[in-house]
Ligand binder design. Structure first.
Ligand SMILES: O=C(O)C(=O)C[C@@H](O)[C@H](O)[C@H](O)COP(=O)(O)O
Length: 363
């Protein structure tokens, strides 16, 4: 398997590397290259991931760190809350963590977002690294430094931009990932093709079989391609002043569905629902043809991203969307497609337009 890495830069200066590997074998070398050896470390992980990889990580880090502690919380979006972060702060304080020490986020998006947020805020900021173990976190949430927690039912409402010092992707962790979780990550992968790269979108369509069977070489190529797209976007606009908002394609209505379904659907499943709606909004604006829209929706279907959310009404979804943070000057910030492979920001989508696509989707 080809092994490689990508560097994420800001204003030409390297900020961190993303490693693509099929084991944890050279993690300590990666830490050494990033200047992160001989520190006190806290591995932050969750209850599903801990039994699989915590011991391996602990044993690897022990010899190259001054002390290794672990913090494990109950898995699930319901625990991505300030309360969990408070427990982590307490542990860091009890173990006398100072500004030179390191947090290691081991797990999916919830672990990464929350550990990153703790790292951003503890002592006004300490270093952290990302070791993502789900497809969604490998292609999306581990890159770009968005960290945070949900607040009451508001998704990612409290957070900070804080860049990791290293992202270490071991694609072999996907073998143990439940199928539903794996497919949920495909929503972000398809999103990358739709918003930025028509050729990549076609590549995904042509490699459905290999992707579904978790063919290692295909997964590695796909993860690299997606990370490269995300890297380019966040390099250009690290703090979401413009271009980076395009990564929110599917998230405007997706976050509303996720909240209203009480987080019973996975994040990627809700993003897929949001992407279908955004595709249909783009079609109704005559930016996409009926055929292109159907084909893109069918690609989500191929990855079983066709969950129903018909117990929700269009009115409730629209109302919840307006309380999300994607508002700009009183308008909902939508990401639409000008064509397959090119997205744009739009502040003019009306309630009527939303109603039309929601009624179509919920029919
Ligand atoms: O990194 C980004 O920027 C993204 O928007 C990527 C999204 O796929 C991701 O889910 C992100 O966490 C959503 O951010 P939010 O600002 O809408 O909470």
């Amino acid at each position: 398997m080809e092994e490689s890495k990508l560097s994420v830069r800001e204003q030409g200066k390297k900020i961190y590397d993303i490693y693509f590997r099929d084991s944890f074998d050279d993690l300590t070398e990666a830490l050494s290259d990033a200047g992160l050896l001989n520190r006190k470390v806290c591995i932050v992980t969750e209850s599903n991931v801990a039994p699989l990889y915590l011991k391996e990580l602990y044993d690897l880090l022990g010899p190259v760190c001054t002390k290794v502690t672990t913090f494990s919380f109950s898995a699930g979006e319901a625990h991505k809350q300030l309360k969990t972060v408070e427990h982590l702060y307490e542990q860091l304080i009890r173990n006398h963590f100072d500004r030179k020490d390191l947090i290691v986020a081991l797990g999916g998006g919830v672990a990464g977002d929350m550990a990153g947020f703790a790292a951003a805020t503890y002592l006004r900021g300490i270093d952290f690294i990302q070791i993502p173990t789900t497809l969604l976190s490998q292609v999306d949430s581990s890159i770009g430094g968005k960290t945070g927690v949900d607040f009451i039912q508001y998704k990612n409402m409290i957070g900070a931009f804080h860049q990791p010092k290293l992202v270490y992707i071991n694609v072999n962790t996907l073998k143990s990932l439940p199928k539903r979780e794996y497919l949920s990550g495909m929503a972000e992968v398809v999103k990358h093709g739709l918003i930025k790269d028509q050729e990549y979108y076609r590549w995904i369509r042509d490699h459905k079989k290999q992707i579904l069977s978790k063919d290692p070489d295909t997964m590695l190529e796909m993860i690299r391609k997606s990370c490269d797209i995300k890297r380019r976007v966040v390099e250009e606009d690290p703090k979401e002043q413009g271009e980076r908002a395009l990564l929110n394609f599917g998230h405007t209505l997706g976050h509303a569905v996720e909240t209203l379904m009480d987080f019973s659907l996975l994040h990627g499943e809700c993003v897929a629902a949001g992407c279908r709606l955004a595709l249909k909004l783009s079609r109704n604006r005559r930016m996409l043809s009926e055929k292109e829209t159907e084909e893109a929706c069918a690609l989500f279907d191929a990855f079983s991203l066709d969950q129903r959310f018909d117990r929700l009404t269009p009115e409730r979804i629209i109302e919840t969307t307006k309380s999300d943070k994607k508002m700009a000057g009183g308008h909902i910030r939508f990401i639409l497609l000008k064509r397959i492979g090119e997205a744009c920001i739009d502040l003019t989508v009306s309630d009527k337009e939303m109603m039309e696509v929601l009624e179509e989707e919920l029919r």
